[in-house]
Design a binder for this molecule. Structure first.
Ligand SMILES: Cc1ncc(COP(=O)(O)O)c(C=O)c1O
Length: 460
């Protein structure tokens, strides 16, 4: 039956046309990545025209082990062969127990020894909703702190906590009392100073809001942050900043929600990105890679905050056993094969190439990231600046680079301010030689797009 489905269509075109005709106008990726996928393995996807690509989007960071990794496929097959239930609401099973065992064993001990887990209805955004509700229940407060450039999902509350004005401008009545704080984005420093001063001023400003009885900002229930802003343009927070944030939140009794939906399970070179700073969150939000390619999301939080009532956050699809099987197998493999270390090595390899390319190409304004979460910020090549003295973003060129890469068989996504950051989010199993080829394609695409770019507009 599946075979007939694939052979019924001769190429990309008919499927793309049908998709455009029948799916909602809110669809997103297919607009920039116009392919229909026939098969996928490891870092590769092959489209209906038979063209194979390096997939450096990897399900927006979901596919830590790439497509159809043998340990994931085996875990799913084995669950099916054993006639395990596919879905159990939040009723427990031996598989769920094993998943929780492995997850808790993988967390820093001081967090795991006293932790509770809540299974959410399986998206990152739903877990963020749950985290907000838990923090409000625990503290009895209503305000929330979030950061400029952050992304936490597309549901109502998660979107309210996100920077994404293009989405938010269309929607009235967002969640009230969300206060946005400056993230330590040194390249476009909100204080205009950059460097280390950028993160110092950020935490100083936050302290001042909290200490000033006339700041107008009520004490929040929680602060939510990404250790590396993903959709915001692969911006890593300095460890000193994270430690100071942890001190501030502790001093003021603000719950620290660390959103590791994108960074979780090894992507940044540690299993969890907060480990780089040696801090421990109050509430940890996980999704994407934890289901080993399938939908799953959880909150892990300190036991002392387990004060919500039975049924306080529910949702039908909290018992996806295939996702738990795939997630358990992935996590075991990630731990036993030291995949975070691999991600770190490959990330360094890519950063070296990109930094060398930046010396040659004036349109590359910044190269940054952590592990295999890397961004290349594309700017005006003449060095023109905006009214704040910051480099002009060059979304048209970023988009041209993405298109060139796509034509040459490399799938990359854009993010960041004005979508002018080209983002690398490959599976963590990418090899040295694959990374070499990816970099060659990227460098060629950048050179070609730049030489064709005369007249391409920048954001003033
Ligand atoms: C950091 C972060 N949080 C939350 C989300 C939302 O997850 P989902 O798309 O599964 O709702 C995303 C999605 O990209 C994310 O990157």
């Amino acid at each position: 039956m599946l075979h007939t489905l694939v052979t019924k269509h001769s190429g990309n075109r008919s499927l793309l046309e049908s998709q455009a005709a029948r799916e909602s106008n809110a669809r997103s990726y297919p607009r920039r990545l116009p392919l229909a996928i026939k098969r996928a393995e490891g870092i590769h996807v092959t489209d209906m025209d038979g063209k194979t690509y390096y997939d450096c989007l990897a399900g927006a960071g979901t596919l830590a082990l790439g497509h159809n990794h043998p340990v994931v496929v085996e875990a799913i097959k084995s669950a099916l062969d054993q006639k395990l239930p596919l879905h159990t609401l939040d009723i427990t099973t031996p598989l769920k127990e094993a998943f929780v065992d492995e997850l808790f064993a993988s967390l820093p001990e001081e967090f795991a020894k006293d932790a509770r887990i809540h299974f959410c209805a399986p998206t990152g955004a739903d877990a963020i909703e749950a985290a907000v509700k838990l923090a409000k229940t625990v503290t009895g407060r209503s305000a929330m702190f979030s950061f400029h450039g952050g992304y936490h999902g597309s549901t109502h509350a998660a979107m309210s906590l996100s920077g994404t004005l293009h989405q938010k401008n269309e929607i009235q009545g967002l969640m009230p009392e969300v206060h946005f704080l400056p993230y330590p984005y040194a390249y476009r420093c909100p204080f205009g100073v950059g460097g280390e001063q950028c993160h110092r001023l950020s935490t100083r400003y936050i302290r001042s809001i909290l200490n000033d009885p006339e700041s107008g900002v009520r004490l929040p229930a929680a602060m939510v942050l990404e250790v590396v802003q993903g959709e915001g343009g692969a911006i890593p927070a300095p460890v000193e900043w994270l430690r100071e944030i942890r001190r501030i939140t502790e001093e003021h009794g603000i719950l620290l929600i660390v959103d590791e939906v994108q960074t979780g399970f090894g992507r940044t070179g540690k299993l969890f990105a907060f480990e780089h700073a040696g801090i421990v969150p109050d509430i940890l939000v996980l999704s994407k890679a934890i289901g080993g390619s399938l939908p799953l999301s959880v909150l892990v939080y300190r036991k002392q905050f387990d004060c919500w009532k039975p049924g306080a956050h529910i949702g039908t699809f909290r018992g996806n056993q295939l996702a738990m099987a795939a997630g358990l197998a992935s996590l075991k493999y990630i731990n036993s094969e030291n995949i975070p270390e691999q991600a770190s090595l490959r990330g360094r390899q890519l950063m070296q190439h990109l930094t060398a390319l930046k010396q040659e190409v004036s349109e590359i304004g910044d190269v940054r990231g952590l592990g295999l979460m890397i961004g290349v910020e594309i700017v005006d090549g003449q060095g023109k600046a905006d009214s704040l003295g910051q480099p002009l973003a060059n979304p048209a060129l970023a988009s041209a680079i993405q298109r060139k890469c796509f034509q040459k068989g490399l799938i990359l996504e854009l993010g960041g301010r004005h979508s002018s950051v080209v983002r690398f989010l490959p599976p963590l199993i990418v090899t040295e030689s694959q990374m070499h080829s990816i970099m060659q394609i990227f460098a060629e695409a950048v050179r070609e797009a730049c030489s064709a770019s005369a007249g391409i507009s920048v954001i003033a």
